[in-house]
Ligand binder design. Structure first.
Ligand code: PLP
Length: 410
């Protein structure tokens, strides 16, 4: 039988050639196929591997009580709502979760979405919608200008893809207040949304207060993607407390439940009227399903426990600080801002492919972030260390890293 990609029409897309050349260069890495659950140690084809690639940092997803809540909620509310928010509705666990997120973030209201990515897409869609239920005038925000930090997440760039660059989409240099000011100067009189992250994928942190000051000065709406920082910071901890205090001034917040909570899903939080409109205007609350009820119930349980006892996160962050010190001790170049996201510079793709494979051969799965997550040939090992890794796992990782650093001179 002929391979599908060899079919004449599809051949023009070049997939076969691309796959073949990426396979030759080693960049078409094999997807880890897990024999059982994702944890600090995983099994791939019967082989135990220490896992540095997971993003559920505190390991709540393995907590017996969290799993029990998941099962109980599934029994009470079913596995799915069975349709989108607008058509089929939401279950009580969603409403509890939304009330809790609104309370934690200090916003009037929150809306859940199946993933953080869909919350971002929905936000952009709603803020630029032209819509009316009937012949009467409705909302018309099609001329909204999005001003995004250049290092915004892929989901934001995907969401604004249909905007015309220079007309209703403009970027500013990463964390560069002077550049943002200049952009906003040129947009006076327009309806502007300034979008940025708290914690970036390279581990940097936004100058939250300064950006929000500029939004106030220029009358812009602010949108902050807090997927990475939600419940890591701002829950009474001392790290980045000033930034998270300022964050309460942002008009809209997006959070993800994949990192600190270890589960899945996302939410938007902000002014009540706007979020009521978003139920209809965001598209991703109309044309796709929401978080599964048992997951929503389990998130509520985790959030309550994290609020009750913030010391769990503090102890985790202490561990990350010690790891950073040890990385510097073996001469690694890491991100300057001490967030929990640690980027270890490796450099060229060529080196990165070999370092990743050598790690794997020695029993470590490390997340290597190359283009398009970072600039070409500025590949990094991007760690969101999992708290279920033991000190011995961390020692082994550091010893291996020191050895490979010498071997490949990065
Ligand atoms: C900054 C940022 N925004 C948005 C997302 C998307 O969130 P989710 O994984 O919940 O779809 C991520 C996920 O990695 C992220 O890091």
């Amino acid at each position: 039988m002929t391979a599908l990609s060899a079919e004449p029409a599809l051949a023009r897309w070049g997939f076969s050639e691309w796959v073949e050349s990426a396979r030759r260069s080693g960049e078409l890495i094999a997807t880890p196929e897990l024999d059982d659950r994702n944890d600090a140690v995983i099994s791939i084809n019967g082989r135990k591997v220490v896992n540095f690639a997971g993003i559920g940092i505190l390991g709540w997803q393995h907590d017996p009580d969290v799993r029990n809540v998941f099962v109980e909620t599934a029994m009470n509310y079913g596995l799915v709502v069975g349709g989108s928010r607008v058509v089929q509705g939401v279950a009580r666990p969603h409403l509890e979760l939304e009330a809790l997120v609104a309370e934690i973030t200090g916003r009037q209201k929150a809306l859940t979405y199946a993933t953080g990515l869909l919350a971002n897409v929905g936000f952009v869609h709603a803020m630029s919608a032209r819509f009316s239920f009937n012949d009467q005038p409705g909302v018309d925000n099609a001329d909204t200008v999005f001003v995004l930090d250049r290092d915004s997440h892929w989901s934001m760039w995907k969401a604004v893809e249909r905007f015309k660059f220079g007309r209703n989409l403009i970027n500013f240099r990463h964390n560069d207040i002077a550049d943002l000011r200049q952009v906003l100067e040129n947009l006076r009189g327009r309806r502007v949304v300034v979008g940025f992250l708290t914690v970036y994928s390279d581990g940097s942190m936004a100058p939250v207060g300064e950006i929000l000051d500029l939004c106030d000065e220029f009358g812009a709406v602010s949108f902050v993607d807090d997927a990475n920082g939600f419940m890591v910071y701002g829950n009474g901890g001392h790290r980045f407390a000033a930034e998270y205090e300022e964050l309460r001034r942002a008009t809209f917040l997006m959070v993800s439940f994949g990192k600190s909570i270890g589960l899945g899903g996302g939410a938007l939080a902000g002014p009540a009227d706007a979020l009521d409109a978003f139920r209809f205007l965001s598209g991703t609350s109309v044309f796709t399903t929401n978080i599964q009820p048992p997951t929503a119930g389990a998130i509520v349980h985790v959030l309550r426990r994290m609020r009750q006892d913030p010391s769990v996160m503090e102890r985790y962050l202490d561990r990350v600080d010690r790891l950073r010190e040890r990385l510097l001790g073996i001469g690694c170049t890491i991100n300057a801002t001490p967030t929990y996201v640690t980027s270890i510079s490796v450099g060229s793709n060529h080196t990165a492919v070999r370092v990743r494979q050598d790690f794997l051969d020695r029993g470590y799965l490390v997340p290597m972030f190359g283009y398009p997550a970072v600039n070409k040939n500025q590949t990094v090992i991007r760690l969101m260390v999992n708290n279920r890794l033991s000190d011995e796992h961390l020692d082994g990782f550091l010893d291996t890293l020191a050895e490979l650093k010498q071997k490949y001179e990065f």
